[in-house]
Structure formats: structure tokens, C-alpha cells
Design a protein around this ligand. Structure first.
Ligand code: PAF
Length: 291
């Protein structure tokens, strides 16, 4: 298998398993951070966290077609394999799996994985195909790389919960670790899709984290949930967002609604939002605890 600055690059599941067996023979524990490429510091922080949890870090770069709807950005999703591999090597990653679509979904393939409870709400309501695509590809990546630990960013908090549930239900025996969201200096959550923002939109985008943190503070102080989230929606629209898909305060462990006017004292919640700025859809979330 080709190596770049200490990074082994595998293109087939056979090569991925060969690398896995070699690590096992050396007694190494493997941490895995799957990605769709166009790597930023948020991705590299997953590698760093992985290296705190295991002996070697592995990653993957695969723009997964099954998590995009026909009208979404599969064709234009940023791709930068060469520079991504350099960044991974510099971050101390030992292995990257870069399969082709046919390697992941062989001709005639008809198997999909669906996590029923969590996949139809919030992101799943707006992108009904999304979590089935994620669960299907992550389960395959887990089978091909067979790590001990897998690290996913809290930026995609619902995705993290879906993967935790899938891992538990299917008995993969992999420890799933959530990594804190990395932010730009002005608070915008790092995302490969931020590359779509033009200069004006990039300046407006800061409203997402500003409104989110202010709303979480209101919920912590016991402001009624609907008043706080409605005000957040209005502020995003006033800041130039074309539409707001949702601003929701949910229980952090299940993403179920609180079912009360205010969050109960001591409850741990997650505030999640998604809004569209021009052609770009931005999502973010933050945890809070009601005082
Ligand atoms: O978060 C992502 O980048 C993707 O959804 C993932 C987990 C790599 C699956 O394609």
C-alpha cells in the first residue's frame, strides 16, 4: 500500500483489513475518525483526541452518496484529497481509507441501516434520507477498518447520537467518543461547507453562534422554551438568513422535547439549529443545564 510521510493509504476493504491485522499483530489499539474530506482543524482535532484514546489513529475520506438527496451538493462538495492526506500525516494519523463509491456500494448492493428512533426528527425531518445514508456508510467503514474507538464531532450532534445507538444496537464493540465543536475566532462552527459562503455571507454567518449561545443562556435561566426559540428564529431572519429550518431545545440524551413550558431545573438540554444563508445551510448546537 502507498505511504506518504508515514501515512498508509488504502483504497479497498481488503487493504483496510490488511492494515488492521498488522496493527493487531503489533498489539495496537486503533482510533478512527471518518470524514468526507475537505479537512479543517475540527477534523484534525478528532485525530488528536483519537490519539489520546488509542495507540494509532486512522481516518477515511469518502464523500458518501447515500447521505445526499438528488437536489443536494454531492457533485459540488469540496474535494481535496492530496492536501487532506498531507494534513492527516502532519496530525499524526497513520492510516487513511479512501475507497471508491463501488468499493463501498458494490454493483447490485441493496443493504441499508436505519436507526428508527432518532432519524426522522430535526435534521431527519428536513433531510429524510440523511441518517440512513450515514448509518449505512459508517457501519461499512466500521466493518472495513474495525477500530477500537471512533471519534465524531459534536458539531453533528444528532449524527453522533444516531451512531452511538447504531453501534450499541448492532454490537460493534467500538467505543464512540464525541469531540467538542471547533470554532473560528468569531464563533462560527468549523465546517467544510463554510467554503460555500461568499464574503458578505461569511460576515452574516456569525449570527448562528451568537444567537445560539444567547438563547442557551436564556434557557439556562428558565425562560419559556417557545419564547426563546421563536426569538432566536426572528433574530436569524433579521440577520439576513433566507430561512430557518429549526431552532429546538431538546433533552440532550434522547433529543426528545421537554414537554413543558420551561426546561425543568437541573435538566441537561441541547439547543440545535439549522438555517439557510444564500445557498448554504448552516447547523450548530450547544449543551445547556437549567439552573
Ligand atoms: O460527518 C461526516 O463527515 C459524515 O457524515 C461521515 C460521518 C463521515 C459519514 O459520511
Amino acid at each position: 500500500m502507498p505511504k506518504r510521510s508515514g501515512l498508509v493509504v488504502a483504497r479497498t476493504r481488503g487493504e483496510a483489513r490488511e492494515w488492521h491485522r498488522a496493527q493487531r499483530a503489533l498489539g495496537k489499539r486503533i482510533a478512527f475518525a471518518p470524514t468526507m474530506g475537505a479537512l479543517h482543524d475540527g477534523h484534525l482535532s478528532l485525530i488528536k483526541l483519537g490519539l489520546e484514546k488509542a495507540d494509532v489513529a486512522a481516518s477515511s475520506i469518502f464523500v458518501n452518496p447515500t447521505q445526499f438527496a438528488a437536489h443536494e451538493d454531492l457533485g459540488t462538495y469540496p474535494r481535496a484529497e492530496e492536501s487532506d492526506l498531507e494534513k492527516l500525516a502532519a496530525a499524526g494519523c497513520s492510516f487513511c481509507y479512501c475507497p471508491s463509491p463501488i468499493e463501498m456500494y458494490p454493483p447490485g448492493d441493496s443493504t441499508r441501516v436505519k436507526v428508527k428512533d432518532l432519524s426522522h426528527i430535526l435534521e431527519g425531518e428536513v433531510r429524510p434520507h440523511f441518517f440512513e445514508g450515514v448509518a449505512s456508510v459508517v457501519s461499512r467503514l466500521f466493518l472495513h477498518v474495525a477500530p477500537d474507538v471512533a471519534v465524531f464531532g459534536e458539531k453533528d450532534f444528532q449524527q453522533l447520537l444516531v451512531i452511538k445507538r447504531m453501534t450499541q444496537d448492532l454490537g460493534f464493540g467500538i467505543e464512540i467518543v464525541g469531540a467538542p465543536t471547533r470554532r473560528e475566532a468569531d464563533g462560527l462552527a468549523m465546517s467544510s461547507r463554510n467554503a460555500y459562503l461568499n464574503t458578505d455571507e461569511r460576515a452574516q454567518a456569525v449570527a448562528v453562534s451568537r444567537v445560539m449561545f444567547a438563547t442557551a443562556a436564556k434557557l439556562e435561566a428558565g425562560e419559556p422554551i417557545r419564547a426563546a426559540t421563536d426569538a432566536a428564529t426572528a433574530e436569524l431572519l433579521a440577520a439576513g438568513f433566507a430561512s430557518v429550518d429549526y431552532v429546538e431545545a431538546r433533552r440532550a440524551d434522547t433529543l426528545a422535547p421537554f414537554g413543558a413550558e420551561t426546561c425543568p431545573v437541573g435538566a441537561t438540554g441541547r439547543l440545535l439549529l439549522a438555517a439557510r444563508l444564500g445557498k448554504t445551510r448552516l447547523i450548530d448546537n450547544v449543551g445547556f443545564v437549567r439552573r
